[in-house]
Design a protein around this ligand. Structure first.
Ligand code: SF4
Length: 381
C-alpha cells in the first residue's frame, strides 16, 4: 500500500487579518453549509482513485477550521473513514483560532478523531495581536488551550510570529516564556517571521510609512532568541521554522518536505498525486457548482523536476536530503547532477556533506539555515 496525505481547506474566517493573503474570507452560515456539501462531494469523487493508498495523515487547514461545528467535523471524518483507508495511527490535525471553538466543539472534534490541534496564537501581547488585526486576546488563547486540554488534546502546536509591528526583544521574550509555561500538552511550536504580502493592508501601510517594524538587527535578535530558548526548553528544531519535542514533528508537514503524495480538497487546494501537481479552482461559485474543479491543467513532472523538488524542499528539514531518495526518484546520482553546486555551498560553509555513494547526505548548516533561500535557489530547475 502506498502512503497518502489528505488536506482539507476550510476557507472561512470571522474577519480578515491585516497581513493575511491566504484564501480565506467571512461567509454566512448558508454559504458554509453549501461549501461543506461540495467538500464532501469532492471527497467522494476522489476516493475512487485512492484504492491503493493508506491515508497516514489528514490536515484541516484554513481559514479557520475551528468555525466548524462538532457535527460538521464528525460528518467529514465519518466520510473519510468510510471512503478512504485511514491508518489506525493516522495523525489528524486541525488548525484552531483562539476564541472560535467552544469547549463543546473541542470535545466533539476530539471525539470525531482529531488528535493534534494547531492553535494560531502569534503573540502573547494583546497590543501586538490588535496591530495584526487578530480577533483574539492572550486570555482567549489561554481559555482555548485549557479547553483543548480538558477535551483530551495532548499534542498541541502553537503558532508564533516575530518581526511584528511594535514588537521588541522584551515583548517577544515574554511571549516565548508564557508559551513555554503552558504545560506538557504543548508538543510543537511553529515560529515564522512576518512577511509582507502584496495586496494586504499591511503592505499598503508599509508603503505609506505607517508600520513600525523591527529593523534587520532586531529581527535577527528575535530569530536567534527563538532557536536558543526553545532548544533550552527541550524543543528540537527539525525544520527551518518548526520545533518539536522529540517524536512530535508534524508528520503531515514533513510529508510535504519529503514529497509524500497528497490530495488537497476544497477551494484552491493543491495536490501532488501520481507524478502530477494540480490545484482546485479558487472561485467559490465554481467550486460549489463543480466540486474539485481544477484550476488549469495538471503539471506533469519529469524525473529531473521531481528530483529538483526533492532537494529544495528536503533542505528545509534539518536532517537534509539523502542521495538514495534522490536516486529512487530520478535513477541518478545526486553528486553527478548537483556536485558543483553542492561543493560551492560546502566551501561557503552553508551546506554540510557526509557519507558516500547512496549514503551521501546534504544538509544546511546553521549559517546555511539563515541563507536558506539563497542556497535552495541553486537547486530549482
Ligand atoms: S485567521 Fe488566519 S486565515 Fe484567517 S484572516 Fe487571519 S491569518 Fe488569514
Amino acid at each position: 500500500m502506498k502512503e497518502l496525505e489528505l488536506y482539507l481547506h476550510i476557507p472561512f474566517c470571522i474577519r480578515k487579518c491585516l497581513y493575511c493573503d491566504f484564501l480565506s474570507f467571512p461567509a454566512s452560515e448558508a454559504t458554509r453549509e453549501s461549501y461543506l456539501e461540495a467538500l464532501k462531494e469532492e471527497l467522494r469523487k476522489k476516493s475512487e482513485e485512492t484504492v491503493e493508498y493508506t491515508v497516514s495523515s489528514v490536515f484541516f487547514g484554513g481559514g479557520t477550521p475551528s468555525l466548524l461545528t462538532g457535527e460538521q467535523m464528525e460528518g467529514l471524518m465519518d466520510l473519510i473513514r468510510d471512503r478512504y483507508q485511514l491508518a489506525e495511527e493516522a495523525e489528524i490535525s486541525m488548525e484552531c483560532n483562539p476564541g472560535t471553538a467552544t469547549a463543546e466543539h473541542l470535545k466533539a472534534y476530539r471525539k470525531a478523531g482529531v488528535n493534534r490541534l494547531s492553535i494560531g496564537l502569534q503573540s502573547a501581547q494583546n497590543a501586538e495581536l490588535k496591530a495584526l488585526g487578530r480577533i483574539h486576546t492572550w486570555e482567549d488563547f489561554q481559555r482555548t488551550f485549557r479547553d483543548a486540554v480538558d477535551a483530551g488534546f495532548d499534542n498541541i502546536n502553537v503558532d508564533l510570529m516575530s518581526a511584528l509591528p511594535g514588537q521588541t526583544a522584551d515583548t517577544y521574550r515574554d511571549t516565548l516564556e508564557k508559551v513555554l509555561a503552558l504545560g506538557s500538552e504543548l508538543k510543537h511550536i511553529s515560529a515564522y517571521s512576518l512577511i509582507l504580502e502584496e495586496g494586504t493592508p499591511f503592505m499598503e501601510m508599509k508603503e505609506k510609512g505607517l508600520l513600525d517594524l523591527p529593523d534587520e538587527d532586531g529581527d535577527r535578535e528575535l530569530y536567534e532568541m527563538t532557536g536558543g530558548r526553545l532548544k533550552e526548553a527541550g524543543f528540537e528544531r527539525y525544520e527551518i521554522s518548526n520545533y518539536a519535542r522529540p517524536g512530535y514533528e508534524c508528520r503531515h508537514n514533513v510529508g510535504y518536505w519529503v514529497r509524500r503524495e497528497y490530495l488537497g480538497f476544497g477551494l484552491g487546494a493543491a495536490s501532488l498525486f501520481q507524478g502530477k501537481r494540480f490545484s482546485n479552482t479558487d472561485s467559490l461559485e465554481e467550486y460549489c457548482q463543480d466540486p474539485g474543479a481544477a484550476a488549469g491543467d495538471p503539471e506533469v513532472l519529469t524525473p529531473e523536476e521531481a528530483g529538483s523538488e526533492l532537494v529544495f524542499l528536503g533542505l528545509r528539514l534539518i536532517r537534509g536530503v539523502k542521495a538514495s531518495d534522490y536516486r529512487a526518484i530520478t535513477g541518478e546520482n545526486l553528486m553527478d547532477r548537483y556536485g558543483d553546486v553542492i561543493r560551492k555551498h560546502v566551501s561557503e560553509g552553508l551546506l554540510s556533506l557526509s557519507g558516500e555513494g547512496d549514503d551521501t547526505r546534504i544538509a544546511l548548516t546553521d549559517r546555511g539555515l539563515d541563507l536558506a533561500n539563497y542556497v535552495m535557489a541553486d537547486f530549482v530547475d
